[in-house]
Ligand binder design. Structure first.
Ligand SMILES: [Zn+2]
Length: 436
């Protein structure tokens, strides 16, 4: 009994100190501020922050006491471009590809190793100005304890919306293969693996039971698989319909990893909310995106990173190298086609494939492929928030939204690479980076 009491006492002390920490009042003087991402930035504004939210915005620089505020922190961002924290809709915070690392190292790692190894990735992501991310899974469910640890402020990181395990067909892109049967059966959790509509309905319910905020499905194969069927549809129409209906009824959005045209189109027809990668889009895909209001999350940085690596590696099998060479121009064409036809585009990098913290490089590729800097800013703020279903809380700095705020030395509307030089990061009214 005594032990229980001690634990309870400890818990309440910890909770008290967290809630005291969470309530931050402050005032920001912003030289330029992007309040509504799709509109022009405003100049010389005073932002008032209360309870982790933007509570008021005033023209000019107003002294706190004239606003009836005493003893508040004043952040002087008069020489900076202030904007909502960026949102990356496709990351994998629990791993980072490193070709130097022994590919079988994961056989020796516990879930706790994965969680602890991920802590610097979360920190780097937040430091880079990404105050919210959608984590689209890895084999392990460790993203959920990481998410809870960030919420409790035990560790530093962005707001995390996570899928956990992806829903995948047996032997599909999200399943584990390439090992002896007995090893595969021992190592694989099978969570999320399903065959047939009823089984896929079960799988969706199961991943939600274990914490999924969003459902990730692998609707097609991957570009790098060294097989003829690499990018084709891997879930049947019946399975797709069952997944989408079940997820939507349980209040979860669905996003589909999809490269090949047929798989992209089938997924949108079934009602998924977004397509990840979308490498091969035809005119029908574009029409389907428009009709269903689905989002494209292009992850150009992943393709860019992988193709650079593959083409510089003399030991890469010719079949894969050829495929990569052939895919790169197709991805650009698909992106330009979507852009021209005003398909909803939300910013996403597939970080983990590229280095965590390099997320803003995606913005430069988007501009290279025809987006205006303004469109990129909207894609990484308002559009991403809409796709997250967090429009009321995130994606702009209007009154009532969370004080997730970053400041840049240069104006990204003039030069998009300014997004890679983040001087100041605030999340929920708490400052995590201050290099003013
Ligand atoms: Zn991914």
């Amino acid at each position: 009994m005594k032990k229980v009491k001690t634990v309870l006492l400890l818990a309440s002390t910890v909770l008290a100190s967290f809630s005291a920490f969470a309530k931050v009042d402050g005032v920001i003087y912003a030289g330029k501020v992007l309040v509504k991402p799709e509109e022009d930035a405003l100049t010389k504004q005073t932002l008032v922050l209360e309870d982790g939210k933007v509570s008021a915005i005033h023209e000019g620089y107003i002294l706190p006491h004239k606003l009836g505020l005493k003893d508040v922190k004043l952040y002087d961002l008069k020489d900076y471009y202030v904007m909502p924290g960026m949102i990356d809709m496709h990351v994998h915070l629990t791993f980072e590809r490193d070709k130097q690392v022994n590919p079988h190292a994961w056989l020796t790692q516990d879930d706790a190793d994965y969680a602890l190894n991920s802590i610097p990735y979360l920190q780097k992501t937040l430091d880079a100005g990404f105050t919210a991310v959608r984590d689209l899974g890895a084999r392990y469910q460790v993203i959920f304890p990481l998410k809870r640890a960030v919420e409790k402020q035990l560790i530093t990181g962005p707001r995390i919306f996570a899928s956990g395990n992806a829903i995948s067909a047996t032997g599909g892109h999200g399943d584990m293969h390439g090992y002896r049967r007995d090893l595969t059966e021992t190592m694989n959790t099978s969570l999320g693996i399903c065959d047939g509509a009823a089984d896929c309905q079960r799988a969706v319910r199961e991943v939600i039971k274990y914490g999924a905020d969003v459902i990730k499905i692998t609707a097609t194969g991957g570009v790098l698989s060294n097989t003829a069927a690499g990018v084709n549809q891997q879930l049947t129409d019946d399975e797709l319909n069952a997944i989408v209906n079940t997820a939507h009824n349980l209040g979860r959005k669905v996003t589909a990893h999809a490269h090949g045209t047929q798989g992209v189109n089938a997924a949108i027809r079934a009602g998924v909310d977004s397509i990840e990668h979308g490498s091969y889009l035809d005119d029908e895909s574009i029409a389907l995106f428009k009709r269903h209001g689905a989002y494209l999350v292009p992850t150009l940085l992943a393709g860019h990173t992988v193709s650079k690596e593959v083409l510089n590696n003399p030991n890469m099998p010719k079949a894969i190298a050829d495929k990569v060479r052939q895919v790169a121009p197709v991805v650009e064409k698909s992106f330009r086609n979507a852009l021209k036809n005003q398909v909803n585009i939300a910013f996403g990098t597939d970080s983990g494939v590229s280095r965590h913290g390099d997320n803003a490089k995606e913005a430069q590729l988007m501009v290279e492929f025809g987006m205006t800097p303004k469109q990129v800013l909207v894609s990484a703020t308002r559009s991403a928030a809409k796709l997250l279903g967090q429009e009321d809380n995130l994606g702009s700095l209007e009154v009532g939204k969370y004080a997730d705020i970053i400041a840049l030395k240069a104006n990204p509307e003039e030069d998009i690479s300014a997004l890679s030089e983040v001087s100041f990061v605030m999340k929920n009214g708490v400052v995590y980076k201050n290099q003013l």
